[in-house]
Structure formats: structure tokens, C-alpha cells
Design a protein around this ligand. Structure first.
Ligand code: NAD
Length: 282
């Protein structure tokens, strides 16, 4: 599996497995299947309420810990300098781990400055090899960098053929932040798998639309974490390293950008209210 090197020298797989909306009772089997398919990066969150299942799958896999790259995320309710560390320890307990590879602020709301300072300490203490953020638009990202010590290693943001984030990626490259895509398949919405451009390119390579969409992100140096609970799709989604899209194909896919999210609007006051009120693992 190709790796990217984060701004602190830590290596991160270019492709991993996400478990958003994988039910707690399904998570152990899904992650067991993903590890068997060759995935080594697992992306979960306190907010997904499935860290225990992920942890059980890791424990029984027998895969050496240093061959895995485990990410989890801090939820808004635990933002704050005093509350972030205990929340981190609870996530680690649920995962059955004694350190993390990447710990992310899940959403840019509440006292995430306090949370970031606690995460900086966790990073310095070696409890998490890297720290980063998720769903940070450029203004919040630059403000966080400007007023703190450690530059986030990663920003995990919605990125797919219909919402490409090219200008934001340029900014992240400038600041040494690795771009990680969530929703690389647009969660299957907006006719993603029937899109004529993607279908046409898929036919030309004898690959699936999912494989083309993932390969396109990888060729932009973006880390991808597609999710599926079906083993045949897990195998398909990781099988993207034996072909290459041409410059012309990359440019055709670039025309599909709508410049807005079909999934979630972080600027909508209703979204802010909803995310800030949500409580998990209480
Ligand atoms: P995704 O774009 O990976 O789409 C997943 C859906 O696509 C699946 O449920 C399945 O229906 C379909 N699918 C997957 N593989 C397929 C294939 N080969 N062929 C046909 N259909 C296929 O969406 P996602 O799960 O939202 O995003 C991936 C991961 O990103 C998540 O699991 C999670 O780890 C992370 N994520 C993070 C945030 C955040 O706020 N940080 C938000 C959403 C997701």
C-alpha cells in the first residue's frame, strides 16, 4: 500500500477503510473483513459509536500494531482543554489500544481551541502519533494554525468528483497539511455511480465507477477512506493501484465539480445547531 508522509514524518496509508454508519453490532465483522482484504488504515470516531467493534476486530486480527494506522475523532461535546484528554482515553479504552496513529477534531464547533491544546499535549506525550482536524473550511483552518503551535497533520473533508476542493487543497499543500477525503463516492448520491463521464472512463479501463472515483482522488495525492460492509466491494475499492488515469481523463473528471456539497452544509445555522446538540457515548 502506498503511503503519504505527514508534516511530522509519520507515514499514513494512501487508502483506508471508513466505518461511518456501520452499526455497532456490525463493526467487528466489517473491520475483520476489511483487514482480511488488505486495509490497514481504519477510520472511526467517538461519534460513530462503533469503536468497541473496531477494537475487537483489531485485537483478534493478530496484525502487529505497528502495521495498522488507526484514526478516531473527538466529538463536539468533549471539546475543551479539560475534557478532551478524558474523552481521548475513553476512545482508546473502547478501541483496546494504548496509542492512536491519528486523532482528529471531528467538527469545528465549540471550544475546539482548548481541545487542540490538549491534543498538542497528547501528541507531545506520544499518545497519538499525529493530530489533525476534520470539516475545517480554510478560514477556521488558518485561524487554528495561527493561534497554536502544532500545524494539523491532516484535514479530513468531504471530497469527491462532485465537490473537488481544489483551491482548498492548494492551501493545505502550502501549509503542509495532508488532504484526506471523506465521502469519496459522494455516499452514492446524486446519481454518482451512473454519471456518464465516470461510466465512460470506467469502461475504457475495464474498472468500476467506484475504482475510477478513488483512483482520481489518489492521483491528486488525497488520502481516501471508502466505506462498504460488503466484502466484494471492499476488495474492489482497494484494487486501484494497477492502472492510471490519463491527464485527459483527470481533466474530464475535473469538469464534474459543482463547487458545493450535496451532503452537508457546515455554514447552515441549522447544521451548527444540530451538530452542537448531538451527544454520543454518554
Ligand atoms: P462513501 O463515499 O465512502 O460512500 C459509501 C457508500 O457507497 C456505501 O455505503 C455504499 O452504499 C456505497 N459503495 C461503497 N463502495 C461501493 C462500490 N464499490 N460500488 C458501489 N457502491 C459502493 O461515504 P462515507 O462512508 O460517508 O465516507 C467514507 C468514510 O469517511 C466514512 O465511513 C467515515 O469513516 C468518513 N467520514 C467522515 C466524516 C467526517 O465528518 N469527518 C463524514 C462522513 C464520512
Amino acid at each position: 500500500m502506498p503511503q503519504v508522509t505527514l508534516n511530522n514524518g509519520v507515514q499514513m496509508p494512501l487508502l483506508g477503510f471508513g466505518v461511518y454508519k456501520v452499526a455497532p453490532e456490525q463493526a467487528e465483522q466489517a473491520v475483520t473483513d476489511a483487514l482480511a482484504a488488505g486495509y490497514r488504515l481504519i477510520d472511526t470516531a467517538a461519534g460513530y459509536e462503533n469503536e468497541e467493534g473496531v477494537g475487537r476486530a483489531i485485537a483478534k486480527s493478530g496484525i502487529p500494531r505497528d502495521e495498522l494506522f488507526i484514526t478516531t475523532k473527538l466529538w463536539v461535546q468533549d471539546h475543551g482543554q479539560e475534557t478532551a484528554k478524558p474523552a481521548f482515553e475513553r476512545s482508546l479504552d473502547r478501541l483496546g489500544l494504548d496509542y492512536l496513529d491519528l486523532y482528529l477534531i471531528h467538527q469545528p464547533f465549540g471550544d475546539y481551541y482548548g481541545a487542540w491544546r490538549a491534543m498538542e499535549e497528547l501528541n507531545r506525550e506520544g499518545r497519538t502519533r499525529a493530530i489533525g482536524v476534520s470539516n475545517f473550511y480554510p478560514d477556521r483552518l488558518i485561524d487554528l494554525i495561527t493561534h497554536n503551535k502544532i500545524v494539523p497533520a491532516v484535514n479530513q473533508i468531504e471530497t469527491h468528483a462532485f465537490f473537488q476542493r481544489t483551491d482548498e487543497q492548494k492551501l493545505m499543500v502550502e501549509y503542509g497539511i495532508q488532504h484526506e477525503s471523506w465521502g469519496p463516492l459522494a455516499q452514492g448520491g446524486e446519481g454518482f455511480f451512473d454519471n456518464p463521464v465516470l461510466v465512460d472512463i470506467a469502461r475504457a479501463h475495464d474498472k468500476s465507477v467506484a475504482q475510477i472515483a478513488l483512483r482520481w482522488l489518489i492521483q491528486r495525492d488525497i488520502v481516501v477512506i471508502p466505506k462498504s460492509v460488503r466484502p466484494e466491494r471492499m476488495a474492489e475499492n482497494i484494487d486501484v493501484f494497477d492502472f492510471q488515469l490519463t491527464d485527459e481523463e483527470m481533466a474530464r473528471i475535473a469538469t464534474l465539480d459543482t463547487g458545493r456539497s450535496p451532503i452537508f452544509d457546515h455554514h447552515d445555522p441549522k447544521s451548527v445547531e444540530w451538530l452542537s446538540a448531538a451527544r454520543f457515548n454518554t
